[in-house]
Every structure is written in C-alpha cells, then in structure tokens.
Design a protein around this ligand. Structure first.
Ligand code: HEM
Length: 390
C-alpha cells in the first residue's frame, strides 16, 4: 500500500476538485491501494477487486461517512444511509416490491412506457438526451413502485437538491451565502411535501410516518438519477458505436449487453464509501478501525477488465455481469442495490425502444461531472436521426 502524503494531497487538491475521476484513475494506475494519514482520520482508497470484496462483504463496516451523511440530509434516515437493525427492518419490508419475481410484469409495463415516451419524439428534433432520460427514469419509477406517473417537476427538484449537496461538499465556503440557504430551505420544503404524498403506499404505510417519508424520498433519490445517468451514457456510447443500434433494435440480448457495458464504463454510483467498525485484514495489511474507505467502480471497472477503457459490449457474452469486486455498478453484498433487477430491465427496454425509432450521430464529449451520480457538465444535446436514411 502506498501513502499519499499531505503535501501531495495539497498539490493535487485543485485537480481533485476539478476532475476527481481523472486523478483517481491516475492514482489507481500507480497503485491498487493508497493510504492517506489525515490528522483526524485514516483514509484508504482501494481499487483492487479483492479489496472491494473484503470491504463490501464485511460485517464490520458502516455507512457513517461524509457521502451518506450528506445524502441523509436529503432523505432522512432511510434504507440507503441507515445501518444495523433499522436498516435490516426497512430492507425486509421493502424487498418484496423489488423482487425479481415481478420481472415479466415489469418487462411488459416498461415496454409500454418506453414506447409511448419515444413515440412522442420525432426524427429531426433536437433534444437534450440527459433531460429526456431523467424524465423517462422518473416515469418508470413512478409506475413501478407507486403505480402512477410522478409529477414531472420532481426531476428538477431532486436534481437541484443533489447538486446543492455536492457543490456544498466541493466548496464549504458556499455555506456562507444566505441565498443558498434559502434555496436549500425551498428545495427541502418541496421534497418534504412530495414525501408526504409518496409515503401513501401500502408497503410504506406499515412504517411509522417519519420512517415512511424517509423511505419514500430514498427510493425517489436512489432510483431516479441513477437510471437516468446510465441511460444517458448508454446513448452517448451508442452514438460513437452506431453499428450497435441495429443489434439493440432487433435483439433484446444486445440491449442488455450494451447496458452492462455502459454501466461498466460509466457506473452512475461512481464512488462508494464505508467506515470500518473493526480492523480489516487485506493480505498482510491491517486497516485500522474508524478509518474511511473509498471505493470507486469507475476506477476498478476500467483497470480490472482487459482493454478496460474500450466499449466492447460483447465482452459480457463471456464475462459474468453478476455483482463482484471487479464489476459492481449496483454495489455488492448485503447493501446491494434493491433496484438492481428492476433497473436491468428498465435500461435495456428503454435502449431498445430508442433504437427501434432513432439513430444518433457521434455526439461531442459532454464532459463528466461526478456529482452524486455521473452526470454530464451541461446536458447531452443531440439531433434525432431516422432509423433508415431516406
Ligand atoms: C442504473 C440504476 C442504478 C444504479 C447504478 C444503482 C446503484 C446503486 C449502488 C451502487 C448501491 C449501493 C451503494 C452502497 O453500497 O453504498 C445502491 C443502493 C440502493 N439503491 Fe440503487 N441503483 C440504481 C437503481 C436503483 C433503483 C431503480 C432503485 C429503487 C427504485 C434503487 C434504490 C436503491 C436503494 C434503496 C439502495 C440502498 C440499499 C440498501 O442499502 O439496502 N436503486 N444502488
């Protein structure tokens, strides 16, 4: 394990703030494990698949980290951020509506939604694909869990609230700006009004009201931008590899392969953190209890697959797309994403419905903005082309 000294950290601080993924990838290429001895805590950056497994499968880790503290300010103490018995109870209660036994029903329902959604788009139009994919993702989520579409302006509110959190983490001095404070209050108020309505769900109604609202917001926040991001980057990648469009349009298996490969190259949850409650052994090295561990599927996926930076959907004909320390876009172990099975249908169904109607020219690089999920810097503007030339 190498050490990132405080002077190196200081030197790289600005680059890390501007472009964390580039810096992390460079560090990952240098060493699979790093230790940072901050004055108040140890931080470990672990990129090797075995280390990822050791952390995510360990019982001695918690979510008491900066990442989940920030998300918890938005959701309240819901499934994504809680630990221990409280988490176990909520997970047990929420598992059934997300069970893979609904696969067939989801497939039919999501196909109808995606087809109606893209039927309202026309070849020749210019669209922001990121905004579009966020809107479609919200429709899927509403129909799948609440049985009806959710208010469209929720997309804006959720994204504005997540961006507010991330910008605050990147630049703590922003907290001194009173306008920001009032904006945050307005966003929280809108979300809490939405939570009241969304908590009216037969499963959530079994929880005490405050817990039901936290779980409703958790599902909204965890299940919306993630899928929207995955679909946005899938379309961006397809635009640069247009020969896959016809495969995706014709064959659902190809839509699945493309979606897995997009999740490998652009995993929406690009960073996953844990706090060690107990010492953790990694080979010869003992990680100290109390330390913060940072994992990044973005880095591990790119470094631990052959030709890891290349878009090669067919690799998943032979590679397993099951959660592992090498491929963990949905996490791994007990805290595996509850929406994984659902997303693995939403994604390919949406891509297939798109490819059956449109093509894209190679799109300019929209720039990566690693917010709570992997976003573009300014949207993904595109002109929709016909599937076949005139
Ligand atoms: C492409 C789409 C998605 C991606 C990439 C994704 C990714 C993830 C990841 C990486 C985690 C684990 C975080 C950790 O271990 O710290 C997670 C957890 C979670 N996700 Fe997802 N997610 C997606 C879609 C969804 C959907 C559709 C829902 C719900 C409707 C959802 C709800 C949750 C919840 C509630 C958790 C916390 C589970 C627990 O701790 O028990 N996600 N997700």
């Amino acid at each position: 394990m190498l050490e990132i000294t405080l002077s190196r950290l200081r030197r790289e601080a600005e680059a890390l703030r501007q472009n964390p993924l580039e810096v992390l990838l460079r560090w990952g290429q240098e060493s699979p494990a790093w230790e940072v001895k901050l004055p108040f805590q140890r931080v470990y950056l672990l990129f090797a698949p075995e280390a990822v497994e050791a952390v995510l499968l360990s019982r001695g880790v918690t979510k008491e980290t900066f990442q989940y503290r920030a998300l918890g300010r938005l959701t309240g103490p819901g499934l994504l951020v809680s630990d221990g018995e409280k988490w176990r109870e909520s997970r047990r209660l929420l598992n059934p509506p997300f069970s893979s036994k609904h696969r067939q029903a989801w497939q039919t329902r999501f196909s109808h939604i995606a087809e109606a959604f893209f039927d309202s788009w026309q070849a020749g139009e210019a669209r922001d694909l990121e905004a579009g994919m966020m809107a479609l993702s919200l429709q899927f989520l509403g129909e799948a869990f609440w049985g009806h579409p959710l208010e469209e302006n929720l997309t804006e509110t959720v994204i504005a609230a997540l961006d507010h959190l991330v910008k605050g983490m990147q630049d703590p001095l922003l907290a001194l700006n009173p306008r920001r404070y009032w904006r945050w209050r307005r966003l929280k108020k809108r979300l809490s009004e939405a939570a009241h309505l969304l908590a009216q769900h037969p499963t959530l109604a079994k929880l005490p009201p405050a817990q039901a609202r936290a779980e409703a917001l958790t599902l909204l926040i965890a299940g919306h931008e993630t899928l929207g991001s995955a679909l946005t980057w899938s379309l961006y990648l397809l635009s640069h590899h247009p020969h896959y469009f016809a495969n995706v349009a014709e064959d659902y298996t190809w839509a699945q392969l493309v979606f897995h490969e997009a999740l490998r190259l652009y995993p929406p949850a690009w960073i996953i953190t844990r706090r060690l409650r107990q010492p953790l052994s990694l080979g010869q090295v003992q990680l100290r209890p109390g330390s913060l561990v940072i994992l990044s599927p973005y880095i591990t996926h790119r470094l631990s697959f052959p030709d890891g930076e290349a878009f090669q959907p067919e690799r998943f004909l032979t590679e397993r797309a099951e959660p592992s320390g090498r491929y963990f876009p949905f996490g791994l172990g007990p805290r595996l994403c509850i929406g994984r099975d659902m997303s693995l249908i939403e994604g390919p169904v949406a891509l297939q419905a798109f490819a059956q109607r449109f093509r894209l020219e190679p799109l300019p690089d929209p720039g990566l903005w690693p917010s709570v999920t992997l976003r573009t810097r300014n949207g993904l503007p595109a002109r929709l082309l016909k599937t076949t030339p005139d």
